[in-house]
Design a protein around this ligand. Structure first.
Ligand SMILES: [Zn+2]
Length: 285
C-alpha cells in the first residue's frame, strides 16, 4: 500500500484532551467497497513503563485500534467466549492494530482504556445505563459521555523502567514493601475464583487478603510466598488499608466516574458507571 493511501486514513482522537501521534491505518474496506474502517489512537494510562523491555508494549504511550465491525459482534455474542470470560481479551486482540499486543498481559487500567475506546469508536460516546441515585436510592436511566472520562496516567516510578514493581513504606510496621499492579488476566482469575466459591456455597470473606496476595511481592526484602501470606493475614489493619489505598490512588487507568442528576430527589451525585450489557449493546435509538 502506498504512503499516500496510508495518509488518507481517517484518524481521530478517541478521548478529548489527548494528543497521541497517529500510526498508519490500513484501507482494506476502502479498496473494494469505498468504506474506510477508522483507525484511532488510544493513550495507554501506564505509558508502557511497567512492561518488560522484550514486550511490544514496553515504553509505548499509545496504541492504534481499528473500529469494531460485524466480526467483533460475533466475538461479543460467542457463548463459548462468554463462558470462558475472555470476550474482552478476544475483542481487544481483534481490534488492536499494533502487532504482538497481549491483552492478558496488559494492566487492568490499560485494558479498560482500550475497552472504552473500542466502545466509543464502535457505537459512539453516548452511554445510556440505569444507575442507582446515591442520595435516595432511586434507579433511573442516565446518559453519560464516555469521551469525557478522564485518563489517569501512571505518576509514580517503578523501581526500574520496565518493571511492574513499586515500593512504599507502611505507616505502622515501618516495613518497606514492594508490590505490583494486577493484569487483566489476574483480575479475571480472582473474580472467577470468587464466583466458583460462591457457587460452592462458600463465603467470599477473603477478598482483601486475596488481592494483597496477588499484589504484594516483598516485605522488608523477604519474598518467600508462605512468609508473605503470613504477613498479609497478620499485618495491622492500618497498614493494610494504607497499602490498598496507595495502590488504588496510583493505579493507572480510566476514571469510570461521572455526575448524574436524579429525577426523583433532584440531587446531583458522582456515580461509578456500571459496565452493564448495554456497554457493548447500546439501546436502539
Ligand atoms: Zn435521588
Amino acid at each position: 500500500m502506498s504512503e499516500e493511501k496510508n495518509d488518507r486514513g481517517k484518524r481521530n482522537e478517541v478521548f478529548s484532551g489527548n494528543n497521541p501521534q497517529g500510526l498508519p491505518s490500513t484501507n482494506v474496506m476502502m479498496e473494494d467497497f469505498g468504506f474506510e474502517v477508522p483507525v484511532e489512537t488510544v493513550p495507554l494510562p501506564s505509558r508502557g513503563v511497567t512492561y518488560p523491555a522484550d514486550s511490544p508494549m514496553h515504553g509505548v504511550e499509545t496504541l492504534s485500534i481499528r473500529a469494531m465491525t460485524a466480526r467483533e459482534e460475533d466475538i461479543l455474542t460467542s457463548k463459548a467466549l462468554i463462558k470462558k470470560g475472555t470476550v474482552i481479551s478476544e475483542l481487544l486482540k481483534s481490534c488492536i492494530v499494533d502487532k504482538g499486543f497481549d491483552p492478558d498481559a496488559a494492566l487492568t487500567g490499560d485494558r479498560n482504556a482500550l475497552m472504552v475506546a473500542l466502545r466509543i469508536t464502535g457505537y459512539g460516546a453516548g452511554y445510556r445505563v440505569e444507575v442507582d441515585c446515591p442520595a435516595c436510592g432511586q434507579r433511573s436511566k442516565q446518559e453519560f459521555n464516555l469521551a469525557e472520562l478522564p485518563i489517569k496516567r501512571l505518576e509514580i516510578d517503578p523501581i526500574s523502567l520496565g518493571a511492574n514493581l513499586f515500593e512504599c513504606e507502611l505507616p505502622v510496621t515501618k516495613k518497606t514493601v514492594r508490590w505490583r499492579f494486577l493484569s487483566g488476566k489476574e483480575e479475571r482469575e480472582i473474580s472467577q475464583t470468587a464466583e466458583r466459591r460462591k457457587k460452592q456455597g462458600q463465603l467470599n470473606d477473603n477478598l482483601v487478603t486475596t488481592r494483597l496476595t496477588h499484589c504484594l511481592q516483598s516485605v522488608g526484602g523477604i519474598t518467600d510466598k508462605n512468609k508473605l501470606s503470613f504477613f498479609i493475614r497478620n499485618m495491622p489493619a492500618k497498614d493494610s488499608l494504607f497499602l490498598r489505598r496507595y495502590i488504588d490512588k496510583n493505579e493507572p487507568g480510566i476514571d469510570m466516574k461521572s455526575w448524574m442528576d436524579c429525577p426523583s430527589c433532584l440531587e446531583s451525585s458522582e456515580v461509578k458507571l456500571p459496565l452493564g450489557a448495554s456497554f457493548f449493546w447500546p439501546d436502539a435509538e
